[in-house]
Design a protein around this ligand. Structure first.
Ligand SMILES: Cc1cc2nc3c(=O)[nH]c(=O)nc-3n(C[C@H](O)[C@H](O)[C@H](O)COP(=O)(O)O)c2cc1C
Length: 182
């Protein structure tokens, strides 16, 4: 109840990095694995997804580089040894984000939706992203972190910088940093 009450979009933060534990918690809240898969049933995450497609991949941009979150092993996979955080928003005031999350839909995981138009796929990807980003908001509210979801992003440019495939689609990004409030 307290986290729900405190959830807020906040666009300012301290310059400090998040601790490894905070990053670990943040990603687990986002879409951590909560149930192992079986031969008959795919694993589950902290968020629901259409037909359990789990189409959203979460990338995290830190000062050390760009990483993909692998929730099955709860680890980060280095994708690019480059600081791309300033490209996660068009808004100047947020370009100094300590941590950036990028929600990318992998349309190749939406095979169950073959024959349906792209708006249906975007609906499935967008709702899944909404659940993920709300989990991030609630974890941040509980951990004295500030966060903002960002739709104002140059997706084409970021897609190129991240060297994503054609079947991958950036939904939106989210900035996170430590609050300066006590
Ligand atoms: C899909 C989506 C896109 C958003 N894009 C931006 C954005 O680009 N920049 C920004 O500063 N806030 C953005 N926001 C945050 C909203 O401005 C914010 O949620 C709204 O003003 C309500 O404030 P609250 O989150 O504190 O309740 C976005 C929110 C959503 C759900």
């Amino acid at each position: 109840m307290k986290a729900l009450q405190l959830r807020r979009t906040k666009r300012k933060w301290k310059d400090d990095d998040l601790s490894i534990q905070e990053i670990s918690n943040l990603l687990w809240a986002a879409c951590g694995q909560t149930m192992l898969g079986t031969p008959k049933s795919k694993s589950r995450r902290t968020v629901p997804s259409g037909r359990n497609s789990q189409t959203i991949k979460v990338y995290i941009a830190l000062c050390t580089g760009l990483y993909e979150y692998n929730e099955k092993k709860h680890l980060l996979i280095l994708k690019k040894e480059m600081d791309i955080r300033e490209h996660l928003t068009n808004q100047k005031m947020m370009k100094n984000m300590p941590v950036g999350l990028i929600y990318v839909s992998d349309y190749s995981k939406l095979k169950g939706y073959v024959g349906t138009d792209d708006s249906r796929k975007l609906f499935v990807a967008g709702t899944e992203t909404g659940f993920i980003s709300q989990n991030v908001y609630l974890y941040c509210a509980s951990a004295n972190l500030n966060t903002a979801v960002i739709g104002l992003v140059n997706r084409e440019k970021l897609h190129n910088i991240m060297a994503l495939n054609d079947f991958e689609n950036i939904i939106y990004t989210q900035a996170v940093g430590k609050s300066s409030a006590p």
